[in-house]
Design a protein around this ligand. Structure first.
Ligand SMILES: N[C@@H](CCC(=O)N[C@@H](CS)C(=O)NCC(=O)O)C(=O)O
Length: 193
């Protein structure tokens, strides 16, 4: 076991793996994925050009969900049934929609414009957060596992990037407030510069 995690300190996909690895030793290689040598290096280890990437000796794993599956098969963090898989897929859907909106913003596109593609991303995030409302109010405050870690990483990041508003979602506010003082969340805070 010789884990190296490639990523950035802002990515919610990377953060959920860093939080998952709270009690597991690993090296963190921070990269600027969009330019320079880091972008070239990333392409050598992942043709999709995305972070996170995990290497474990000769084994390379792409995609945070697969990294979770890989690590979970070794460390047995939690049992997963098909409903758990679905719930994670829903959270992943919201995260992917959030990242798509950020990429549009960075491309100079106003994400308040009513384009089909933009609307679909906002609607997906809303739909997932509506679906998760009962979970956020109840289990979400009792469990600390890859589901809650992923939700925290997503909500905290999407607020930071001004992708979502949660004024009308008290369960999201309570969820963030409830978990925010955990050491690992403080340790992996999104750099504000
Ligand atoms: N499905 C991937 C998504 C990862 C992802 O979108 N990462 C972003 C950073 S937050 C990225 O690498 N974006 C660069 C790009 O897509 O070109 C995962 O779960 O790891």
């Amino acid at each position: 076991m010789n884990y190296v995690l490639y990523g950035s300190k802002t990515s919610p996909f990377v953060r959920r793996i860093r939080v998952l690895l709270e009690n597991v030793p690993y090296d963190f290689k921070e990269m600027n994925i969009f330019e320079g040598q880091d972008a070239i290096d990333l392409n050598k280890i992942n043709p999709i050009n995305q972070i996170p990437v995990l290497t474990d000796g000769e084994q390379t794993i792409w995609d945070s969900r697969q990294i979770f599956n890989y690590l979970n098969s070794i460390h047995r963090f939690q049992n997963m049934d098909w409903n758990d898989e679905n719930q994670l897929t829903a959270i992943d859907g919201a995260m992917n929609a959030g990242v798509a909106l950020l990429m549009l913003k960075r491309s100079g596109i106003n994400i308040s414009e009513p384009y089909l593609y933009i609307n679909r991303q906002h609607e997906r995030i809303d739909s997932v957060l509506d679906y998760l409302r009962p979970y956020l109010k109840d289990q979400g405050l009792k469990e600390w596992n890859f589901h809650t870690i992923s939700l925290y990483s997503f909500l905290d990041w999407a607020l930071f990037r001004e992708i979502i508003k949660i004024d009308h979602r008290p369960e999201c506010q309570s969820f963030l407030e409830y978990h925010k003082n955990k050491n690992i969340l403080q340790h992996t805070q999104i750099p504000k510069v």
